[in-house]
Design a protein around this ligand. Structure first.
Ligand code: ZN
Length: 422
């Protein structure tokens, strides 16, 4: 054979061998990369995710979609770092328990958190950290009750109470707002326009922590003694003061002394609120007595509206004790508008509401023309314009006394804030 031919063949052979080698190497490399990807994604991923506190993008997307569809549904939270230290030690699927409580590990290494999930035919609730809830929990805007074993009781409706504070804002209002904020409780503040300028930060803070702005007139006059134009002016001026302070007017109103009739309610131009539990705090001026008078009120319950005054220090002291006390008893503390909404009542300007008890709601939501006792009791006596006095006469002596006393107290309370208009 020719030497050149042999050399050519040998070169070809070497090339072929080289190509084979390169091909093998490429295959190996691809296989290795794929293997690494599978291992990292499938096995190591969840573990490194746990250690590094990193969440997978796709999981978050799924979570976001789930959250959008149903605010009460639990998310599948990948196990993260430090905060989940207790959960890291467990690798098995199913119910787990550590010193913080019970939680549930899914097959994909995630755990349920911040909502409800169905497991083995029962519905459970999980807090933000993934631990099983018992008692009342709130997901989205809804409240759910979980039994001691963590299962949902779909029958239980959370009782609600609306705390209302009149005549402020004042020097103690901020302390009260601290407490409401701490407990995630909401309240309604029926404010006097003439006081808003003295505490211009108060309305804004109220809004920020979910409280409701209420209008209680400018200077607390007895509206039945005013012309309707003056009534309107009292509420318009206060709304302007609130808008100047925080950018929003009041959404609800309360007439001073609850003295009102249909034409006054129309002139006020907002849904108006009376109350169902009067703490008489302005008269008692003692925190413990205020607490007792509220807690001993036999009518206190789901749908009640409590009247207090945040301009008195003992009242604020009492409220600061009452707020956790009522929450402990299972009540959710809400604004008057939240209470109405939760009970399916559409509030209307020019109407008056004093409670949202189950017995009252039927008449408020039905087609009945009778709105509540306020209009029945006051308005039917109307005729000479002296509705307020008729109200005093037509109620029991005890109630009449209260109202007259309130009237007396007004002199004391308001001489400090002399009204330039009167
Ligand atoms: Zn008042």
């Amino acid at each position: 054979m020719d030497k050149r031919v042999i050399q050519r063949r040998m070169r070809q052979k070497r090339r072929q061998l080289l190509i084979r080698k390169i091909t093998k190497l490429v295959f190996c490399a691809v296989a290795a990369v794929l293997l690494v990807v599978f291992v990292v994604k499938g096995i190591i991923g969840p573990i490194t995710g746990k250690l590094g506190g990193k969440e997978e993008g796709t999981t978050q997307e799924v979570q976001a979609k789930t959250q959008e569809a149903d605010p009460s549904a639990a998310i599948r939270q990948p196990i993260k770092g430090e905060a989940d230290a207790g959960k890291l030690s467990s690798t098995s699927v199913g119910w787990q328990e550590d010193e913080n409580g019970k939680w549930y590990q899914n097959a994909d290494g995630s755990y349920y958190a911040g909502g409800m999930a169905e497991i083995d035919g029962s519905t459970y609730g999980f807090d933000e950290n993934g631990y099983l809830e018992s008692g009342w929990a709130t997901y989205g805007s809804q409240d759910y009750y979980f039994n001691d074993d963590g299962t949902l009781d779909p029958q239980k409706q959370r009782p609600m109470i609306a705390l209302t504070f009149d005549d402020g804002p004042g020097e103690y209002t901020n302390r009260l707002l601290d407490c409401l904020e701490e407990y995630g409780a909401h309240a309604t503040f029926f404010m006097l326009g003439q006081n808003v300028g003295n505490y211009p930060d108060a309305p804004k803070r109220m809004q920020e922590i979910g409280c409701e702005l209420g209008n209680h007139s400018w200077s607390h006059p007895q509206l039945t003694t005013l012309g309707l134009d003056q009534v309107s002016e009292q509420f318009e001026k206060t709304n302007q003061a609130l808008e100047d302070a925080c950018g929003s007017p009041a959404t609800v109103a309360r007439t001073p002394y609850g003295a009102q009739d249909d034409s006054i309610l129309s002139a006020v131009g907002l849904p108006c609120f009376m109350w169902s539990t009067d703490s008489l705090d302005w008269k008692l001026l003692d925190a413990q007595a205020d607490i007792d008078s509220i807690m001993n009120d036999e009518t206190l319950g789901d749908g009640s509206i409590i009247l207090m005054h945040d301009i008195h220090e003992p009242s604020v002291d009492a409220a600061i004790e009452l707020i956790p006390m009522l929450i402990d008893q299972g009540y959710k503390l809400v604004t008057v508008s939240e209470l109405a909404e939760a009970k399916g009542v559409s509030l209307e300007a020019g109407k008056s509401y004093s409670d949202f008890w189950p017995s009252t709601i039927e008449s408020l939501t039905g087609s009945s023309s009778e709105d509540d006792y306020t209009e029945e009791d006051y308005t039917e006596d109307e005729g000479d314009g002296e509705v307020y006095e008729d109200y005093v006469e037509s109620t029991s002596n005890e109630e009449a006394e209260e109202i007259n006393s309130t009237d007396d107290s007004s002199g004391e309370d308001y001489q400090e804030n002399p009204d330039s208009e009167e």
